[in-house]
Design a protein around this ligand. Structure first.
Ligand code: NOJ
Length: 879
């Protein structure tokens, strides 16, 4: 006990040290000079028109300045079948190789194919290259490229002639501007604690947005400062067209944004590396996101349990404590799928070891949890305690697997265990060694999953280097840390996944990472790091995760309750209600705050939390289907309203509501003392939304509506025209729910139609990749609800039936319900005002196609039709 207390003091001190750190401003880094460009860079680049080569459908030319001694650059422009352009600029003959990011992109064979750009026109001043729908006007002097899609200007590269490409050994920054025509908002470039719509950084002395992965606890809100992750994809969004750019560079990067009424300008500045970027021509935000995930991939379908509720704490100190928490969740009827082990399960913060006293039998713990249908996630950080008695340290240092200083000695920095060295995940051999650790050390159990933290990487007490590695450190004998900083943590997750996949009883691995880079979605989920127990942090978690989702990273959440600080009772409950509508749902808290598992609260509070968690579990079939569809299509699991309704300019800044897929709109209460929640319902008069929080009452999608709320309220709406699968049997974990019957909600639109999908498999293994799943198209039309397979030749022996169908705004004169081809008498009942029709005890086998018919229905949808009529009349009068 005494030992824990002293440890606690040390940790608190370290936290304090982290908090007082001040992060670098633009003017303290290379950004100072780059941002001023062209001032300070007298030499302007031009395209040497005699150097132009058009080969294999690609345009190549040399970029030179008037000073012959300036190294020549090589420019390559190509286009791809999904309507993207790639621009690559590098030194023609670099004195030393510049770092080009490798593994963030999908393998080339899995990316869209190149399309041939043909020379269309050539003058003394420019060349026009074009393919079927794309064209590029390449102006020689000043160097500038205009990109068009079907004759419409999408983007201008280097519009202000500020391009720079430094080639000295100690100054190797690159920078380039782009403007995006006909757009009004900028989104993307996570991770920042800022709004969905990015701010104008070229006004009011704002610093540019910074991408430089840092360990920044209790971070400033509404800020352009760096956080833990860096995903350099920017979208320019408009009601008429959207476009974007993926700036593929792993070095420290700053981005200036200038928003004009109908144009977004961005100026990207990176400290080193090559200039590689992809211009996404949309033309919608949805297609831009698709173009981005065509390059970097989608998240593989996670196990179902990962979408349940997770309970964490820094730290559960003993294995008995872990099991007691589980008992308490069970005893209080609170659903829970995963228990988390923070750093204290280890023996003195030595990863891949277990404390010999407090976690003396990890196998027993794993077996006990498995018996309860719970999983375990254990933390593994990248810093390795310097200790010759520690097997990992000894092996890694003898084999040269640590990040090195310039003099080739192992780098050492301070972190949780004290003096530490850092695994060099950019060294393929070190990465393989690291991966191999997951097949032993009590990590081999299939129900043990992994949390990679502090992998920015974090180093304590090094203010000069912003508590991370100095740019001068070396990776894989070749790259300076400055070149690869933002991708270091990403590589850790590659190793983690590789290791987990090599375990016996291979199942889909779950990894949570704090540091992240473009493409991370293929390996891990993320969370928003060390937030704090205030309303503002609850609120910011929505735009932060929405931004991540647009940047390919749908599996995102925030520490429920706030990591640091003590939430008020009201905030605590609201956070559970809201957190249930972000993809990753985990309660977590810091070491220095009182325990706050939900069962420690009063019965009333617990009841509300139980309801919130239950609502999450009820909708898991819908969430799981969304994740499956995300893997296939790249469509984000959660979406800002504007993604689905780009024409509604009022919706462009909405960030306190999420669409789960396109059918569920969640608008949880995020403000203290709320009695009214203002909710934007999109889609216009022809769209209807059913409030599941209030007896499925129908509202038109005509913009803002005011809803009275109490502490029990969680405003959530089903879109009319959608079919949403749920499971309503309360269970203590997802593992217990596999055989439970489905309830399907059919929310009719004004045409009395609806459609949706349901995806089911074994929820755990990779068998779904071998056609062992059911993917169903659900349709309601002509007073009949039917199901058929989308993928004909996929099948899964499903033990869960369809038990109940609930029709919202049903026909009013249904006399009877029948299942086509069956004599079975089906129970049905209306609610009092006939706005809901319940069809019960169906016991339908979902593996076979079926049709449920509503008989005696003259398809009158009285209430809603009246509603529509009244709305139309009001509009008529107003006009
Ligand atoms: C920092 C993480 O952000 C936090 O969630 C964790 O509890 C601590 N590190 C201790 O591992």
């Amino acid at each position: 006990m005494a030992r824990w207390c002293s440890l606690k003091t040390i940790i608190l001190l370290s936290t304090l040290i982290l908090c007082v750190n001040s992060w670098k401003k633009c003017q303290e880094t290379f950004c100072e000079r780059a941002r001023k460009s062209p001032t300070g860079y007298e030499e302007r680049y031009f395209i040497d028109k005699n150097s132009i080569v058009i080969k294999d459908g690609t345009f190549t030319a040399k970029l030179n300045t008037k000073t012959p001694s300036t190294p020549t650059l090589n420019l390559v422009l190509s286009a791809f079948e999904d309507f993207t352009f790639k621009v690559l600029i590098n030194e023609l003959n670099p004195a030393s190789e510049r770092y080009q990011v490798q593994d963030a992109l999908l393998e080339e064979k899995n990316r869209p194919k190149i399309v041939t750009l043909k020379q269309h026109n050539k003058t003394d001043d420019y060349t026009i290259m074009s393919s079927d729908k794309l064209s590029a006007k390449i102006l020689y002097n000043a160097f500038k490229i205009e990109l068009y899609r079907e004759g419409r200007l999408i983007s201008t590269i280097n519009p202000e002639d500020r391009f720079l490409f430094e080639t000295a050994a100690d100054k190797s920054a690159i920078a380039l501007g782009l403007s995006f025509a006909n757009t009004q908002r900028a989104y993307g470039i996570p991770e920042h604690a800022d709004h969905l719509s990015l701010r104008n950084t070229r006004h009011d002395n704002n610093d540019p947005y910074r991408l430089y992965n840092l360990d920044y606890g209790h971070y400033a809100l509404e800020s352009t400062e760096s956080l833990y992750g860096a995903v350099p994809v920017l979208y320019a969004h408009g009601t008429e067209q959207s476009s974007g750019v993926f700036w593929l560079n792993a070095a420290q990067t700053w981005i200036d944004i200038l928003t004009s009424p109908n144009d977004i300008d961005a100026f990207f500045m990176s400290e080193s590396g090559v200039l590689e970027m992809y211009v996404l021509t949309g033309p919608t935000l949805r297609e831009c996101v698709q173009q981005y995930t065509d390059l970097t991939g989608t998240a593989p379908l996670p196990q179902l349990f990962t979408l349940g509720y997770h309970q964490s704490r820094y730290s559960y100190m003993t294995q008995d404590d872990v099991l007691k928490v589980v008992d308490n969740f069970n005893a209080n009827n609170l659903s829970l799928d995963v228990m988390w082990l923070d750093i204290d399960y280890t023996d003195q913060k030595k990863y891949f070891t277990w404390d010999p006293i407090r976690f003396k039998n990890p196998k027993d713990l794993q077996t006990a949890l498995t018996k309860e249908n719970k999983k375990l996630v254990a933390i593994i950080d990248p810093h390795i305690k310097v200790d010759n008695g520690y097997f990992l340290y000894k092996e890694a240092s003898s084999k040269g697997y640590f990040v090195k200083q310039e003099n080739s000695n192992d780098f050492q920095g301070e972190c949780w265990p004290g003096k530490s060295s850092y695994l060099d995940f950019l060294n393929p051999k070190a990465l393989d060694y690291y991966a191999s650790l997951y097949t032993s050390n009590n990590f081999e159990h299939k129900n043990v999953h992994v949390w990679n933290d502090m992998n920015e990487p974090a180093i304590f007490n090094d203010a000069a280097n912003e508590n991370t590695m100095s740019g001068e450190l070396m990776h894989n004998g070749k790259w300076k840390h400055r070149d690869v900083h933002n991708i270091y943590g990403f590589y850790q997750t590659i190793g983690t996944k590789k290791g987990m996949l090599a375990r016996p009883n291979k199942v889909r691995p779950f990894i949570l990472t704090r540091s992240h880079f473009a493409g991370i979605q293929r390996y891990a989920a993320i969370w928003t790091g060390d937030n704090h127990a205030t309303w503002e942090y609850l609120q910011i978690s929505f735009p932060m995760c929405l931004t991540e989702a647009l940047a390919g990273v749908s599996f995102c959440g925030a520490d429920v309750g706030g990591f640091g600080g003590i939430p008020s009772d009201e905030l605590y409950q609201r956070w559970y209600q809201a957190g249930a509508w972000l993809p990753f749902y985990r309660g977590h808290s810091a070491i220095d705050v009182p325990r706050r598992e939900p069962y420690l609260y009063s019965t009333t509070i617990q009841d509300r939390i139980r309801t919130a968690i239950q609502q999450r579990y009820t909708h898991l079939p819908a969430w799981y289907t969304q994740f499956f569809e995300h893997e296939r299509t790249g469509e984000p699991v959660i979406r800002p309203i504007t993604y689905q309704y780009p024409k509604e300019s009022d919706a462009m800044d909405i960030e306190d509501q999420v669409l789960v897929g396109k059918n569920i709109l969640a608008a949880p209460v995020l403000k203290s003392q709320s009695t009214i929640r203002r909710v934007y319902l999109p889609g216009g008069k022809s769209e209807v939304w059913y409030n599941i929080d209030n007896n499925y009452k129908a509202y038109n999608g005509t913009g803002y509506h005011l809803f009275n709320v109490t502490l029990d309220s969680i405003p959530v709406f089903y879109r009319g025209g959608s079919i949403i699968p749920t499971k309503e049997t309360p269970r203590l974990s997802t593992g217990e729910s596999h055989k439970d019957p489905f309830t399907i909600y059919v929310s009719l639109n004004y045409e009395n139609k609806a459609e949706g999908s349901l995806y089911v498999d074994d929820y755990e293994t990779f068998d779904y990749q071998n056609k062992k799943y059911l993917y169903l198209q659900l349709t309601y039309a002509d007073n009949a609800f039917s199901s058929k397979k989308i993928d004909e030749n996929a099948n899964y022996e499903l033990t869960a039936n369809l038990d109940k169908v609930v029709i919202l705004n049903p026909p009013k004169k249904v006399k009877k319900v029948s299942i086509e081809g069956s004599e079975k008498v089906i129970e049905m009942s209306y609610n009092d005002d006939k706005t809901i029709l319940n069809i019960n005890a169906l016991a339908i086998d979902l593996q076979k196609p079926f049709t449920i018919k509503l008989i005696g229905s003259s398809a009158q949808h009285v209430k809603i039709s009246m509603f529509a009529l009244i709305s139309m009349l009001i509009c008529f009068v107003l006009v």
